[in-house]
Every structure is written in structure tokens, then in C-alpha cells.
Design a protein around this ligand. Structure first.
Ligand code: HEC
Length: 108
């Protein structure tokens, strides 16, 4: 009998879930104040493709703060945005984006 009660207690414990799951998890802060980003991309061929495809998730400043990289690395970076982060980059815009990034942040 005591064994059966033990089983029952164990089953109830499983059904109730772990103790830490009981209390609702409330984040300490429910809002975020982002610093204003007043930077704009330098003019150049492909700048519209950048604005169209990259600024939904990033500030302009975030992209301008990246290190210089060779063209292949920029192409891989754009492909990573599409594959890893599901960025809805227009396929037709990819060459213009890579060319623009190489122009402003390429290696000489
Ligand atoms: C759907 C949202 C989204 C879009 C659109 C997007 N990215 Fe990203 N990007 C991310 C996330 C998420 C990260 C990784 C986290 C971080 O560093 O902010 C990231 C990181 C980066 C980084 C930092 C280096 C790295 O690999 O982590 C660069 C550079 C970058 N993105 C460039 C771009 C460019 C250029 C475009 C436009 C073609 C673009 N992103 C569009 C979501 C996006």
C-alpha cells in the first residue's frame, strides 16, 4: 500500500510539473528605449536596396559600424541573413546589396 501511495505521489508530482514552473515568469522590464539612430547610408548605387532589405531589423549605424570585409564575405553575410535569420531579402536586390556593401565597407 505504501508503495502504491508513493507511485501516486510521484505521478501527481509529474502532473503538477516542476516547482519552478508554478509561478508565472514576468520580465522585469516590459519596454525598451532604443537610442535614436540618425545616421543614413552614404549615397551610392544600391543604397535603395539596402534601405528596402536591411533596415527592418538593423539601424543604419549598426551596419556602418561593421568592419571592412572582402566581397565574398559580404555575400556570405547577406546569405546568412536570409538563411539563419529569415530576412526577407528580395532575390533581385542581392547583387546590388553586395556591391554596395563592398563599395562602402570592402577591403581595398
Ligand atoms: C529579419 C531580420 C533581419 C534582416 C532583414 C537583416 N538582418 Fe542582419 N542580422 C539579423 C540578426 C538577428 C543578426 C544577429 C544578431 C545581431 O547581431 O543583431 C544580424 C546580424 C547582422 C550583422 C552582424 C554580423 C553577424 O553576422 O552577426 C550584419 C553585418 C548584418 N546583420 C547585415 C545585414 C544586411 C546587410 C542586411 C540586408 C541584406 C540584413 N542584415 C538584414 C537580422 C536581420
Amino acid at each position: 500500500m505504501s508503495i502504491r501511495i508513493g507511485y501516486l505521489a510521484a505521478l501527481m508530482g509529474v502532473l503538477a510539473g516542476p516547482a519552478w514552473a508554478g509561478a508565472p515568469q514576468v520580465p522585469a522590464s516590459l519596454s525598451v528605449n532604443l537610442p535614436p539612430d540618425s545616421r543614413t547610408f552614404p549615397a551610392g548605387k544600391g543604397v535603395q536596396a539596402m534601405v528596402r532589405n536591411c533596415t527592418a531589423c538593423h539601424s543604419v549605424g549598426m551596419i556602418l559600424n561593421q568592419p571592412r570585409m572582402p566581397e565574398a564575405a559580404w555575400a556570405a553575410e547577406v546569405a546568412k541573413m536570409q538563411a539563419a535569420f529569415k530576412a526577407p531579402v528580395q532575390k533581385a536586390d542581392v547583387p546590388a546589396i553586395v556591391a554596395y556593401l563592398t563599395a562602402i565597407k570592402g577591403t581595398k
